[in-house]
Design a binder for this molecule. Structure first.
Ligand SMILES: Nc1ncnc2c1ncn2[C@@H]1O[C@H](COP(=O)(O)OP(=O)(O)OP(=O)(O)O)[C@@H](O)[C@H]1O
Ligand SMILES: [Mg+2]
Length: 266
């Protein structure tokens, strides 16, 4: 089973940015094969990674239900077999990693089916990868929908505000309430000003019993690359935010690297 790392947190806090950096980190450290999963119906992890989305699970869902309705499934194939075949086609190959995009169903379609497909796809693909990085949509829905069976490490990403920390605490509470299989939850505070975390924020983090993995400084280059449509993984190595994120990954993933249930090199 792949070691699964998922992002959670409030809207616009930097989940996709950090997920993209993580995929890049794993590839550069040869912790491959890696599956990047864009589980946000409003997907954009591909932009951070500089990839075109070819097919999404939402589109597959649409195609299969139309074919099924019109009696046009390939002969000799059950709906389940056809979906299985299609799932394999939904894996987009990148440089050193693969990408799976949930997307959204066309029209008024419900998200439940695409979510079900996502769970099925991640379960099925999990054995073929060493690491799976899941970029979730904002909010708590993905937790209650249980889009993945187990998560080894979840990063709750927060902006440097009391409300962001409150939202991260709700992630923690919901994991406990729903008894989700999330082995470890860590907080990353992103877009931190030069002055660092205020005493109030530090106290809120402690008060909620959140474990702080680290902070990432606000960085105009990230914003600039994004606005110019340049994939963030092309940022120069010395960008402070990138260095900070790498330090976090170094601290929280090196143990996995050493003791993981898989050989490091092929
Ligand atoms: N450390 C940073 N410094 C400056 N800008 C940043 C930083 N991290 C992220 N951003 C910018 O913040 C915006 C939101 O980031 P991102 O899309 O990663 O957030 P998100 O949590 O995935 O959002 P959503 O909830 O909409 O999925 C982007 O424009 C990104 O470039
Ligand atoms: Mg996002």
């Amino acid at each position: 089973m792949a070691y699964t790392i998922a992002m959670a947190g409030k809207g616009g806090t930097g989940k996709t940015t950090i997920a993209g950096f993580l995929v890049d980190y794993l590839v550069k450290n040869k912790m491959t094969p890696v599956l990047a999963v864009d589980a946000d119906p409003n997907s954009n992890l591909n932009q951070v990674l500089g990839m075109e989305v070819v097919t999404t699970l939402g589109e597959i869902r649409e195609e299969v239900s139309i074919k099924n309705r019109d009696g046009k499934l390939p002969s000799g194939m059950t709906k389940a077999e056809y979906i299985n075949l299609k799932l394999q086609q939904a894996v987009i190959e990148g440089h050193g990693f693969d990408l799976l995009v949930m997307g959204r169903p066309e029209g008024l379609g419900c998200y439940c089916f695409a979510n079900g497909l996502l769970r099925e796809a991640t379960d099925r693909l999990s054995d073929s990868y060493k690491f799976m990085v899941i970029d979730n949509e904002a909010g708590l829905e993905h937790l209650s929908r249980r889009t993945t069976k187990k998560v080894d490490l979840m990063f709750a990403v927060s902006e440097c505000s009391r409300r962001g920390i409150d939202a991260a605490a709700r992630v923690k509470d919901l994991i406990e309430e729903l008894d989700l299989d999330v082995k470890d939850l860590y907080l990353i505070v992103n877009r931190v000003p030069e002055s660092g975390l205020t005493q109030d924020i530090k106290e809120a983090i402690d008060g909620y019993g959140l474990k702080l993995a680290g902070t990432v400084p606000v960085d105009s280059q990230i914003f600039d690359y994004d606005n110019r449509g340049i994939p963030l993984i092309r940022l120069p190595e010395d960008v402070p935010a990138l260095k900070a994120v790498r330090e976090i990954f170094n601290s929280y993933l090196t143990t996995v690297r050493r003791t993981g249930p898989f050989p490091l090199e092929k």
